[in-house]
Design a protein around this ligand. Structure first.
Ligand code: HEM
Length: 418
């Protein structure tokens, strides 16, 4: 699909450069002439949006780090100083903090899009696996960053999460002390978390490079999930998708700005405006919203080690999705059984998020149904989707007839956006 290069150097300089460092050729072939299926919809604009999010986090993070002090006595005050005294420090911090949420919102849409259109299936397995690696790195980076303001939720969140490692048999306690750099979460922990929080976004950027490389070998999947059969099925990436991506990027940026300027603490936790105090545990320790479904899974299992395994397993299972799905058809549009199962998975993750947000002994509204049990059923469905439904539905389902080609389907109302 990436095919032979279409680049023709326009002048003497570009000819000279091309025979020494063909970077303009690479840019042309990947971002200008790249043949892209002509039927990509709105959900395909999130890859570009994610690249924007990563850039925003790196730029704002680097400037914040110029003023932030990674020391347990000074971290909290240094963040307050950024908010009050550094020129536009409030803006930098709010963009960075809300940027993390926007980044996760975009990545969840991007991942569910991949699950719906079967983009993880052959020949895009490596592309998908690299995506899961990025997601894991994002989770780690978000957690490390949340500890840095050294508020109550930072401190206690770090204590809860690092304590997971103490569930490892025999060496658990030593591993946890090694992570802390002491016998409790403290100054050495804060220092190493800062160092790693600075490092990981660059590692993510590297893996994104591989992700996009792996995308350009087979080319994009598309909402129909069928292969590109010839030039009539594609359009050049520029100007068609540069324009479309830019349009939705602006809409995304407006939503982002709305959050930053009108409700900058909407996703924040009030307890994190109280300095960390190892002697006072907050009444209710909750992670950021993007970890909540996993937190619900952790708490749905009464045993600590099994709970931790259930939680990490929920991410690990994503690596195997390409081989768990037995269907020959990619897109859920043509899979009458997978489609409702997929939407139930989306609802399940939202419900698990709700369960994770509430106290472990809470009831569902005023029904008297323990949320703990809803969390357990939700966890079972999550695992069931990957381990039971993906393998079995592919074998028993009769897919709807696939269109002959992308070109034929474009303009045909029965395949209108879905
Ligand atoms: C920093 C995070 C990420 C960036 C910058 C990124 C970037 C991109 C870009 C630019 C594309 C092509 C445009 C599009 O399809 O939207 C893409 C496609 C894709 N990404 Fe990502 N991605 C990220 C994270 C992830 C994650 C976490 C996953 C899955 C776990 C993932 C899975 C995929 C798949 C399967 C495709 C191919 C989709 C298709 O062709 O149907 N990506 N990504």
């Amino acid at each position: 699909m990436s095919g032979p290069s279409t680049y023709v150097p326009a002048n003497g300089f570009t000819r000279w450069l091309d025979s020494r460092l063909p970077i303009l050729r690479l840019m042309n072939d990947t971002m200008t002439s790249f043949p892209t299926p002509r039927n990509l919809n709105f959900w395909y604009t999130f890859g570009g949006i994610l690249t924007f999010c990563l850039a925003v986090q790196i730029v704002t993070g680097i400037v914040l780090a110029m003023h932030y002090v990674p020391n347990d006595k000074m971290a909290f005050d240094s963040v307050e100083n950024i908010m009050r005294d550094v020129n536009y420090g409030w803006l930098l911090r709010y963009v960075h903090a809300n940027g993390a949420s926007m980044f996760f919102l975009a990545v969840y849409i991007h991942m569910f899009r991949g699950l719906y259109y079967g983009s993880y299936k052959a020949p895009r397995e490596v592309l998908w696996i690299l995506g899961v690696v990025i997601y894991l790195l994002m989770m780690a980076t978000g957690f490390l960053g949340y500890v840095l303001p050294w508020g109550q939720m930072s401190f206690w969140g770090a204590t809860v999460i690092t304590n997971f490692f103490s569930a490892i048999p025999v060496v658990g306690e030593s591993v946890t002390h090694w992570l802390w750099g002491g016998f409790a979460v403290g100054d050495p922990t804060l220092n190493r978390f800062f160092s790693l929080h600075y490092l990981l976004p660059f590692v993510i950027a590297g893996v994104v490079g591989l992700h996009i490389w792996a995308l350009h070998v087979p080319g994009n999947n598309n909402p129909l999930g069928i292969d590109v059969k010839g030039p009539q099925d594609t359009v050049p990436f520029h100007p068609f998708y540069t324009a479309k991506d830019a349009f939705y990027l602006v809409l995304f940026a407006i939503l982002f700005a709305g959050l930053v300027f009108y409700s900058p603490n909407f996703v924040g936790e009030v307890d994190n405006y109280t300095p960390a105090n190892p002697l006072v545990t907050p009444e209710h320790i909750v992670p950021e919203w993007y970890y909540l479904p996993f937190y619900a899974m952790l708490r749905s299992v009464p045993d600590k080690l099994l709970g931790v395994l259930t939680m990490f397993g929920a991410i690990a299972i994503l690596f195997f999705a390409p081989w768990l799905d037995t269907s020959k058809v990619r897109s859920a549009r043509f899979r009458p059984l997978l489609k409702p199962a997929f939407w139930l998975l989306v609802a399940d993750c939202l419900i698990l998020g709700y369960v994770g947000k509430n106290k472990p002994d809470a009831m569902l509204l005023s029904t008297g149904i323990p949320l703990l049990w809803i969390g357990r059923i939700g966890t079972l469905y999550y695992y069931g989707y990957f381990l039971v439904l993906l393998p079995i539905l592919g074998l028993i389902e009769t897919p709807k007839p696939l269109p002959e080609s992308i070109a034929k389907a474009v303009g045909d109302k029965s395949h209108a956006a879905e």
